[in-house]
Structures are given as structure tokens and as C-alpha cells.
Design a protein around this ligand. Sequence first.
Ligand code: ZN
Length: 414
Amino acid sequence: MSGDANPRPAGEGTTSRARLDRGRGALGPALELVHTGRAPTRSVLTAELGVTRATAGAVAAELEALGLIRVDARPGAAAGSQGRPSHRLELAEEGPVALAAQVHADGFRAALVGLGGRIVATTPSCEAVDADPAKVLGAAMDAGADLLRRTGRRCVGAGLAVPSAVTEPEGLALNPLHLAWPVGAPVREVFAERVRAAGISGPAFVGNDVNLAALAEHRHGAGRGARDLLCVATGHRGVGGALVLDGRLHTGSSGLALEVGHLTVNPEGGPCHCGGRGCLDVEADPLALLTTAGREPGPEGSLLHQANELIREEYGDPVVRTAAEALIDRLGLGLAGLVNILNPDRIILGGLHRTLLDADPDRLRAVVADRSLWGRSGGVPILACTLDHNSLVGAAELAWQPVLDDPLGALSAA
Ligand SMILES: [Zn+2]
């Protein structure tokens, strides 16, 4: 893939150019429809955009010229269409990518992510997180730059997921409680510097890992089609929450909304790093499961991996089962409170919470229904997250956003 962003072939006729001018405002919405799998054919694209067939054709051709999608030249009968054959629209196989990175309590990883949330390549997970954010992010970006060189892909920008609330507009990591990073570390500034130092072009973005997981699931996974989507997940340590309203992350007035980890779910519970007691963060995360089951965390694998394996492999053991049920009840109590406040139309669970849901879906749903006003009437669907590495994919979504907003402007500027 060359970096040539020349948008139109020379000598194109004035008629199609006039059509494209009318359709330019539709390029972003059109790309988003293909990106999220909602426009598999040109006829669906035409209907979704509410434009003429000629305009939709010009828009699709322009996105193809930008190297973002592929228009199947041979129209075939599309499943679910009204019988008229239509050109299939697919994401370009060798198109541009976003460089995504995720840092968590047990390590970090970088990946290249194409449109459609497709992970093109990843580095192996690295298992130590330095106390200096610049060192960690530098190592992640050097590994990412190496992936870009090896694949030869064009990069639209970089996104980073961190296990901390990130203030807006400053971009400070306010509570990197499970990393040794300083509280209030200027993570966006440091990340942008490391991106530039690694020779990576394009803008740099940072977000909270669970927020980004929710965004990715809303666009490509278990959250598709939900209007008020609540996501609750454990990272490797602690518990986070996120809300996607009408397709946009609700981050609050300064980026700090949905700190659900510090809901009290067990007044008799243990002390929390926030100064409270019995918070979801310390009562329903991977370490809490191991501790409640009387297990010492082992040296092999992350706490999340060890907790998931304990449930998957030893659920028949009454001690493990009782511990899992205790966590399900605490999680259910937290979710019930959130349902009362937020009235979501869908809840999705990630990390260890997804494993707990799989282990005993009836128990969790019953606790939420019993303890919530809105949950009792009709019930809120509670589903498992479906994407692998959803925080990484969400970090890439941040970097893709300028292209989704204005494909021609973003790719011509680079
Ligand atoms: Zn707390």
C-alpha cells in the first residue's frame, strides 16, 4: 500500500465530479456504515444514506479510490435485498491501519487494526510494566513501528487504552491504581511524544480501557444496535464501567463518568484503595475470586487468566463454586444499582465478569432482576462481550475517528 492519497484519477468526467461534490458530506457516514457492517451492498448503502443511486455509486467509488473499501465489480444477488442485484461492498484487504496499544496491570501489547475492527497483526504480550510511562509507551510504540515496517501498511494514527480514568481535556491518568505510574501522569502528552519518536505519522489518542472496550463492542461486537449500552468489565485488576449513548461514549463533564468500580457492594467488605470499603473494584475482580476461593495467586499467567481458568476448570469444586457465586451476587448488586440509575437497554460484561456470566447466567440475571426496579419489569438483556482484545480494538477506533468523520480530509492531510 503506497502512501499516495491522490483522491481521484486524472481525467475523470465533470458529471461524476459534480455527483461527488454533492456526496462529499456522505463519505464519512458511508464509511462508517461499511466499517460497522451495516452496508454490505451498494443498494443498502443508497437506502441508508438516503441519496440517489448515482451519488451512492460516486461515494463508494471515492472510498475505493482512497484505498478504504472494495466495490465488487460484478453485481450479485444480495441476501436480504429486494431481488435487484447489487454491488457488494467490502473493506479493502490491504488498506490503512491504526496502531493500537493497551497497557494493563500485567503487561502491554501493540497491534495494527484495520477498518471493521480487524486485528491485522499484534506483538506478543509483554509482561512487565515500568513505573515510568514514557518507557512503557516507548517500548510499545517501537514494537508497533516494527509491525508497520514488516507489513508495509499505511498508518492513520495511534490509540492507547489504559486502566485508569483519563481526564478531559488534559489527558491525565487520574487513578492508575494497578500500575506503578504516578497519579495524574500526563499520559496523552507522553504517548504523543513516543508516537512521534517512533516515527509514526498521524494523531495520537488515549482512553480508559473499559470505555474503549465498550466502544469497540458497540461498533463490532455484542453491543451492536443497542441504544443505551452499559458495559461492566474487570481488567486484569479492578472493575470498570462504560456507557455508550446513541453511538457515542458518555464520558461525563471531564472524562470521569462511570467509575463503577467504587460502588459499594459489600458493606462488610475489605478496604479499597479509594479509601472506601467493599467496593466492586476489590470485591469482584480476579484477585477477589482467587482470595475468596482460598487460592494464592500463582507466578504463571496474569491474575485474570488464573481466575478465568479456576472457574472454567474447577467449577465442580464446591469451594470454587461458592466463591464464584459470592462474586456473582456482588456483581449483580452493583449492576442492579446501575440499572436503576441508567436504565440501559443492554448490559455487556467483559473480562472475569463474562466468565462469571457464562458459569451461571440464571443466577446473575436473577440477582439483577430482584434488586433493580427497572430490571424486574421485562428484564435487561445481559450478554457477554464477544470481541477478542476489545480494548485494543477500541483504542484503534479513536485513531480511526478522524478518518470516519472526514475520509478525504484525513487521508489527504497525512
Ligand atoms: Zn473503592
